[in-house]
Ligand binder design. Structure first.
Ligand SMILES: *Cc1c(COP(=O)(O)O)cnc(C)c1O
Ligand SMILES: [Zn+2]
Length: 392
């Protein structure tokens, strides 16, 4: 399909450029993991069609308000489900408890399937329909699967989800309700991922796997666009992001970079990538100064970030380095404590992976690495109702 928006797709490692219609997933030279692609727009085109004035007058209260900066060619294929334009809470009670007057909470539990993944799935379904696929496959710890299952149901496309059999029940319930063909894998998320890759290729399903499909990061960047707009085009000093595969982190970084390309912002936040102690291959790679992560055996109560071999590691490490941020890890105990602290003091109930980002912020606060004058955003990426085991 012809388009004016996208200039080219570019490999993160060898920098080779591709036209949008000449490649689907990863760089043909570098392959998966090292050959993830960035979607580069024709920013002159974007600037003409997306202005602060347009946004100010926009009645589109979803992430589709940024349509000129999203890789969608046929708007008719957008599903009517709620995604994005989620609250950025400036919560007095929790801020005064923490003595952080400029703390903001980006709460994505209000998306249609109650996690940040809907931002990516809403874009993925359009690409699958534009390219006339007859099925979609995804590997997931639960949220990505539940999310694409909802969008596939909305569009009437069959959907095949590979999840570890340890998936929390509420996420499994979502998959069943949406009628997804669910494969419960006796193994880890990483094993489910490899299996899904094979099945997508064999059956010619559209592949919604993270860090394989370049358009997912475009959906995941919209949190950053919203944060800046909601701060009246100011830029936070620090943004805390929970990290499994690293796709939310790298997506958010792309969002800030795109805003800078079109002249909406003139500085960048430092990104803080937060992993669980029992699943921290990116923290280790960062601390050792490596540009890639080693595969690990992992375990944490935060199932959404329990990832032994982060698939978007190259972009995630790049995002931390370019933004001057850091990777840190938090214990499972501190994650549970943060779920409670946040819920009791703000009324926001999040799942363990989201609480990890908050716990990371609290850890840096305790260690006096945060100043009360700093503008801080914590990404709350999923609802507490998605995994109730740890709080019960
Ligand atoms: C998927 C997910 C994450 C981690 O995102 P990655 O792109 O894998 O790093 C964090 N929180 C929640 C709730 C998620 O579903
Ligand atoms: Zn390459």
């Amino acid at each position: 399909m012809k388009n004016k928006k996208i200039a080219y797709l570019q490999c993160v490692t060898c920098k080779k450029q591709y036209q949008a219609d000449e490649i689907k997933y990863t760089c043909s030279v570098c392959g998966p993991v090292h050959g993830t692609l960035d979607v580069i727009y024709d920013y002159r085109y974007v600037k003409k069609h997306l202005t602060k004035e347009h946004l100010h007058k926009s009645g589109e209260y979803s992430h589709w308000r940024y349509l000129p900066l999203l890789p969608v060619f046929d708007e008719q294929l957008i599903q009517p489900l709620k995604v994005g334009w989620t609250p950025l809470y400036h919560h007095k009670r929790i801020n005064s408890k923490l003595k952080l007057p400029l703390l903001f909470l980006k709460d994505d539990s209000g998306n249609v399937t109650a996690s940040y993944k809907d931002r990516a799935s809403s874009v993925a379904i359009v690409k699958a329909l534009e390219e006339k696929y007859e099925g979609i496959g995804a590997a997931s710890s639960g949220n990505a699967g539940a999310s694409i299952a909802a969008f596939a149901a909305s569009a009437g496309l069959p959907c095949y989800i590979f999840v570890p059999e340890t998936i929390p029940e509420p996420k499994l319930a979502q998959l069943q309700a949406y009628g997804a063909q669910t494969m419960l894998v006796k193994g880890t998320y990483d094993e489910a991922f490899d299996l899904c890759m094979k099945e997508c290729a064999k059956n010619n399903w559209f592949n919604r796997n993270t860090a394989i499909n370049p358009y997912l990061a475009e959906g995941k960047k919209t949190g950053a666009l919203e944060i800046c707009e909601q701060l009246n085009w100011d830029v936070p000093d620090l943004v805390f992001v929970p990290v499994g595969d690293g796709c939310i982190l790298s997506g958010i970084w792309k969002g800030f970079k795109d805003l800078n390309e079109i002249g909406f912002i003139d500085r960048f936040p430092q990104l803080i990538g937060v992993q669980a102690e029992g699943s921290a291959p990116l923290v280790e790679a960062y601390q050792k100064g490596l540009h890639e992560a080693c595969e690990k055996n992992v375990s944490t109560i935060a199932d959404s970030i329990c990832v032994g071999y982060p698939r978007d590691q190259v972009k995630a490490l790049r995002a931390i380095h370019q933004s001057g941020g850091i990777f840190i890890s938090v214990s499972d105990e501190s994650i549970v404590a943060s779920i409670r602290f946040l819920a009791e003091n703000s009324g926001i109930f999040v799942e363990p992976a989201a609480a990890a980002a908050f716990a990371g912020m609290q850890l840096m606060l305790e260690n006096e690495k945060i100043k009360s004058s700093q503008k801080i955003v914590v990404m709350l990426t999923g609802s507490g109702l998605k995994d109730i085991r740890s709080i019960l």
